[in-house]
Design a protein around this ligand. Structure first.
Ligand SMILES: [Fe+2]
Length: 497
């Protein structure tokens, strides 16, 4: 591993990565561990770092010699790393979804995947099979007494936060209808209206799409209780993976995407492969008033968004008559077609994600866009205390080169006020996942804390947990984990369970 501090004008191209190192990070997780002690190979675990680092992602990507068509179709596996008094333990467990149990028993894929995985037997075996498997693989968060494994197209699975045992699909005490879509991207309001809350949404997509916005208590005896709820319908098909919050608004970007389900019905494509950028389509920002804010009860507002496609937002906040939204913009929707092998994809043809800021003027309806950096990035976050407020710093995963798409190999801290940046690089043989910034307890300094990141170490085909100082990305500790965790998705930090 190497670490470098760079500024925008002095980005250097690191040594080229080895594709096999990257591809080796898509493997099955073969074992489940229960509270195994883990120790740093380098450095020390900070005494003050106390809590649980949870991570979700695809843990089963192959059955009976057949590989998933896209890693997003892999079954969810939760990793939990508990830090206490300078020591750490690891547990990991697959989410026992109905589909996972059935396929484990059968020893083969029984379900089609949304991203193109087919049941064995070709098109005929898949045509008119419109069932889907809730794979619970996208995010893991704590709400009330339970951990929730999230997958946006269906309901959450409840897990025990200590043992990771699957309790089962949950309706959150009747808040959700059975298997109602529930986003995998909740946002945690740190206390814009007094107490902290979880704000989230669900989308019923169709020719008219219905967005349900929900707010839950997260602390005290009422933790997990629904306190606000509203539904709004929008014309057209909505693909909404993520959103952002401010004290008064829930901010969505409705990408200009169309959905033709016919190839899915005929067994030729997965449902997500039927999404396509609309020719000459225009995306829209949708601002839905929060029930606790100044515009409660008013209808949503809509504004033109820049061309391109957005999966993830960094943050949003309000200033005077403006709502400012920071997002990772792609020039187009990245597709993995039915004939494409994701392990052989041409990286040069994949659109690069660019962190940008859109200033939406609520009065004159104008939207002004500024690019923060030309370096391809993903999985960006601010200090959780700044969620929905103006934040000076952000932490993100970036490609191992200054321009164009490439696998994510470094962590960047970006000062959004002056574009000063620090980079910690895992190149050439390491590949990073989503960095998680954990603020130091009781600190008022925005960049005081740690950044936790799981790194696929191609040299040993295993996963390292790297702890960085959030201020300057200096390496604090490296722990070689006893399991190999495939390139993953999202995770969260919980101080106490
Ligand atoms: Fe996501």
């Amino acid at each position: 591993m190497t670490k470098t501090a760079l500024n925008p004008s002095s980005n250097k191209v690191p040594r080229q990565f080895d594709r096999q190192d990257w591809a080796s990070g898509y493997c099955n997780v073969e074992k489940e561990l229960n509270v195994v002690s883990i120790r740093p190979k380098k450095g020390k675990i900070p005494q003050e770092l106390c809590g649980f680092f949870y991570r979700n992602g695809p843990g089963r990507v192959e059955r009976d010699g057949n590989r998933v068509h896209h890693p997003f179709d892999g079954d969810g596996m939760i990793t939990s790393i508990r830090f206490k008094n300078g020591e750490a333990t690891l547990s990991n467990r697959f989410v026992r979804t109905k589909g996972w149990e059935e396929e484990e028993k059968a020893g083969k894929f029984l379900y089609r995947g949304v991203f193109g995985t087919q049941r064995p037997g070709g098109t005929i075996a898949n045509a008119f099979d419109l069932r889907f498997k809730n794979i619970a693989n996208t995010h893991v968060i704590k709400l009330g007494a339970q951990l929730l494994a999230l997958w946006e197209a269906a309901g959450p699975h409840a897990l025990d936060p200590i043992t990771l045992e699957t309790i089962g699909l949950t309706t959150l005490n009747g808040v959700l209808k059975p298997n109602e879509p529930f986003s995998a991207h909740p946002r945690f309001d740190p206390g814009h209206h007094g107490t902290p809350r979880m704000v989230t949404f669900g989308v019923k997509a169709g020719p008219k799409s219905i967005v349900r916005l929900m707010e839950f208590e997260t602390e005290g005896e009422e933790a997990g209780k629904l306190i606000h709820n509203r539904e709004d319908s929008f014309n057209g098909f909505s693909f909404l993976h993520d959103f952002a919050i401010t004290p008064n608004w829930a901010v969505f970007l409705q990408n200009a995407i169309s959905f033709n389900p016919l190839p899915f019905v005929l067994g030729q494509k997965g449902a997500a492969q039927c999404l396509k950028s609309k020719t000459n389509g225009k995306g829209k920002f949708l601002l839905i008033p929060r029930d606790s804010g100044a515009f409660a009860g008013e209808p949503p507002r809509s504004f033109d968004a820049p061309d391109g496609f957005v999966f993830h937002h960094l943050n949003a906040w309000e200033k005077d008559e403006k709502v400012i939204v920071e997002s990772i913009h792609y020039p187009d929707f990245p597709e993995v077609g039915p004939q494409d092998d994701f392990l052989k994809m041409n990286f040069d043809l994949i659109p690069a994600g660019i962190l940008s800021k859109c200033e939406i003027n609520l009065v004159n309806q104008k939207v002004q866009t500024t690019r923060y950096s030309e370096q391809c990035c993903e999985f960006a976050m601010v200090n959780p205390h700044q969620e929905g407020l103006s934040a000076r710093y952000s932490w993100m995963a970036v490609a191992g080169k200054p321009k164009g798409y490439a696998p994510l190999q470094a962590i960047k801290k970006l000062d959004l006020s002056n574009l000063e940046e620090f980079i910690w690089s895992a190149a050439p043989r390491g590949f990073v996942s989503e960095p998680l910034m954990v603020p130091k307890s009781n600190s008022k300094i925005e960049d005081e804390g740690w950044v936790l990141v799981l790194v696929w170490n191609g040299a040993r085909c295993g996963t390292d947990l790297v702890i960085l100082d959030a201020h300057d990305l200096k390496e604090v500790a490296v722990i070689e984990l006893p399991i190999s965790i495939p390139h993953g998705l999202h995770g969260s930090w919980v101080s106490e369970v």
